[in-house]
Design a protein around this ligand. Structure first.
Ligand code: 6PG
Length: 252
């Protein structure tokens, strides 16, 4: 974990569309920078509702022609334990709103397998995929160019939910986790991977997020209760795009 103070930028916008627009602008800028550095742009996508807004923007006429799509490699920060055709699948979300809209080369999409193997096997397989695609050895941590994250009302991020063992995982890159309150399995990147990213963008909107957001950004460190606090230890820059409703309980 980083020794130097991490860089955290917080932007409060009037509305969810404004939050999505900020995130889309930053996504495009970061993707374009990767082309200038002649390297692939490896991004991990999140699930939930906020990516819907952003995907709609980056595939719109406003942005789609500015994105070096062939240079992007798409990964997932987490996945629900459902078939990729299921309405709750993060892969389906990305495929419907992004990949199918811009014709992403399937070779540039690295989905988490959710059928035909166990959750633990899927987690181990995805960790192998990361090692291969990032060309790293066992024990090394992949450094994503960008990880997109949301935050739940309970302060979870990716599928690192409060009170679960997954929050404390510091060796594995990917774990399977059973979330009691959802009565569901999830596959998730772990804190070491999230914290190794060069750039992390959080999109958080809505008044239901206000209590947790105040704790995550301004409360005492308690990662087991507020897993999104894990990103306080990031190596890179964490940019929070939040709307006024979500920021309502934060002190100036
Ligand atoms: C998921 C996400 C999850 C999400 C939060 C916030 O698979 O659901 O990875 O961590 O980002 O639950 O969701 P919203 O974007 O809907 O607020």
């Amino acid at each position: 974990m980083s020794e130097s103070p991490p860089r955290t930028d917080i932007h409060v916008e009037e509305s969810p569309p404004a939050v999505a627009a900020d995130a889309a602008e930053m996504f495009v800028q970061l993707a374009q920078q990767s082309v200038m550095m002649a390297k692939p742009f490896r991004v991990a996508l999140s699930g939930g509702s906020t990516p819907r807004l952003m995907c709609g923007l980056i595939t719109s006429d406003t942005f789609r022609h500015e994105v070096p799509w062939d240079n992007l490699r798409f990964f997932f920060g987490d996945e629900r334990w459902v078939p990729h055709s299921h309405r709750d699948s993060n892969f389906k979300l990305a495929n419907d709103l992004l990949f199918s809209k811009v014709g992403t080369d399937p070779n540039n999409i690295f989905a988490i397998q959710t059928e035909g193997i166990s959750p633990d096997e899927a987690a181990a397989q995805y960790a192998d995929t990361l090692r291969t695609e990032f060309n790293i050895a066992e024990g090394e941590i992949p450094e994503f160019d960008l990880i997109l994250l949301g935050m739940g009302d309970d302060g979870h991020t990716a599928s690192l939910f409060p009170g679960t063992d997954a929050v404390g995982e510091r060796k594995k890159l990917v774990v399977a986790t059973y979330v009691d309150k959802l009565t569901a399995h999830r596959i998730t990147l772990t804190a070491p991977v999230l914290c190794a990213a060069r750039e992390v963008i959080f999109m958080v909107v809505g008044d239901s997020k206000a209590p947790a957001l105040e704790q995550v950004l301004q409360g005492p460190l308690n990662v087991n209760e507020y897993p999104a606090q894990l990103l306080r230890q990031t190596q890179g820059r964490v940019t929070w795009y939040v709307d006024r409703a979500a920021a309502a309980k934060m002190s100036a």
